[in-house]
Ligand binder design. Structure first.
Ligand code: GDP
Ligand code: MN
Length: 401
């Protein structure tokens, strides 16, 4: 699960990482009012930032520095009325409904700092670079030696000596070092205690020196956090931060019904029980020249209602030109699936070819239910094995160009 920058900033601030103050707003007027407050409070620079679950905002014109309420109004109007398109969004871009209005800061240097799971190494890993900012992807690709990685011990987590080593390695100087070390340790604790899969600060900045801070101040001015969905049950506070408008509507409905659903680009809808069987069903569809429209595992204990919902999700996808049901009933009973097919025929209707392959627990009862409902299921074909089912559904739909 992802959260917005303004939410991540709040988690950072609570973890004692210095973050410029700001507020989330949803209207142009509120953005203007917030800017007015910041300017009245002594700030001379304000930053307006689109809050969407994608990066690359700076280059796309969705992070703007303003010095007056007029400029703030213009920036807010632009962001709330245009979709944001960046290399990290779908081609049509993302709608922007929330903005962060925050105190702007002067920047001396920008660093990159993150903790994530390094699957190749089998550890959580601290990643840091002196080349922070909007070009970090380019740095990773072209000059990977400028990215420092420090693996974390699974039991001890990030140790202070490691944080110091990394702080020196990326070039923090003087009093910046302790500030950077504190930020790294706080970030590591946040990562651990929230079951995060990514906590990223980019950029972590150093402000220009001034009288009270001769070495400048180390501040987090952008943050991106992802959390392990499977651990959300023990982090109600984090789960409550979810912005449902940012997740695919079908995936959201599937989740509510306990279905594992991932939308794909093809035109053959699949309903399968078990992740392994779902994978092999997708493989065999591809083997016969087809393209799956989704991955959908109804699981072992799905109810008739949940399976009916699975059909609704698949049939609601305009791309779907055929449906393959492949069930090997173990704990899942084939008659539950058959009843759901009949329900779906009644409530949504199968206008596209439906190929059904059922085997296992209660298969005879299931076949009977489907036989009795033949009238309501004119596009249904029964297949006896998986290969036949895949051939049937692939020849029933147009092969995508
Ligand atoms: P992203 O492009 O989506 O990663 O958005 P960021 O929040 O990282 O902003 C992009 C860039 O805008 C940063 O790398 C900074 O260079 C610049 N920026 C953001 N906030 C400020 C600020 O308060 N002051 C200044 N001077 N620059 C900022
Ligand atoms: Mn950034």
């Amino acid at each position: 699960m992802k959260i917005h920058e303004y939410q991540a900033r709040e988690l950072l601030a609570n973890a004692t990482v210095p973050v410029p103050s700001g507020a989330m707003v949803e209207t142009v007027d509120a953005a203007v009012a917030e800017t007015k407050d910041l300017l009245a409070g002594g700030d001379t620079l304000v930053v307006i930032k689109a809050q969407v679950h994608a990066g690359g905002r700076g280059k796309a014109g969705f992070v703007k520095l303003v010095r007056s309420v007029e400029e703030a109004r213009e920036a807010a109007e632009f962001m709330l009325s245009n979709r944001m398109v960046s290399p990290q969004t779908p081609p049509e871009g993302l709608e922007v409904t929330r903005l962060l209005v925050a105190a702007g800061v002067d920047i001396d240097s920008e660093f990159y700092l993150a903790i994530t799971v390094d699957r190749a190494n089998g550890t959580n890993t601290l990643i840091a670079s002196a080349e922070g900012g909007v070009e970090i992807e380019k740095v990773a690709e072209e000059t990977p030696e400028k990215i420092i990685k420090e693996p974390l011990d699974p039991r001890l987590g990030l140790q202070p000596w490691q944080a110091r080593k990394v702080a020196f390695a990326v070039g923090f100087k003087g009093k910046q070092v302790n500030q950077a070390v504190k930020t790294m340790l706080a970030l590591a604790e946040l990562f651990r205690s929230t079951d995060a899969s990514l906590v990223e600060i980019n950029p972590l900045i150093v402000t220009p020196p001034d009288e009270s801070n001769p070495d400048g101040r180390v501040l987090a001015i952008d943050a991106k956090f992802n959390f392990d969905d499977n651990a959300l049950f023990r982090h109600r506070d984090i789960a409550a931060l979810a912005d449902l408008s940012e997740t695919d509507a079908s995936e959201r409905r599937a989740e509510e019904f306990g279905l594992s659903y991932v939308a794909l680009d093809g035109n053959i809808g699949c309903i399968v029980n078990g992740a392994g069987l779902a994978m092999s069903t997708m493989d065999i569809i591809k083997l016969h020249g087809g393209e799956p429209a989704n991955f959908l595992d109804v699981g072992g204990s799905a109810t008739e209602e949940a399976v009916t919902e699975a059909f609704r999700i698949i049939l609601g996808d305009d791309k779907v030109q055929g449906v393959l049901v492949n069930i090997f009933g173990g704990i899942m009973q084939c008659d539950t699936i058959a009843k759901a097919i009949v329900n779906a025929a009644g409530t949504v209707g199968f206008e596209v070819p439906l190929v059904v392959r059922l085997e296992g627990t209660n298969v005879d009862a299931a076949r009977e239910i489907l036989r009795d409902a033949k009238q309501e299921l004119p596009t249904m074909h029964a297949a006896t094995d998986l290969t036949e089912a895949a051939r049937m559904v692939c020849s029933a739909v147009a092969v995508p160009g």
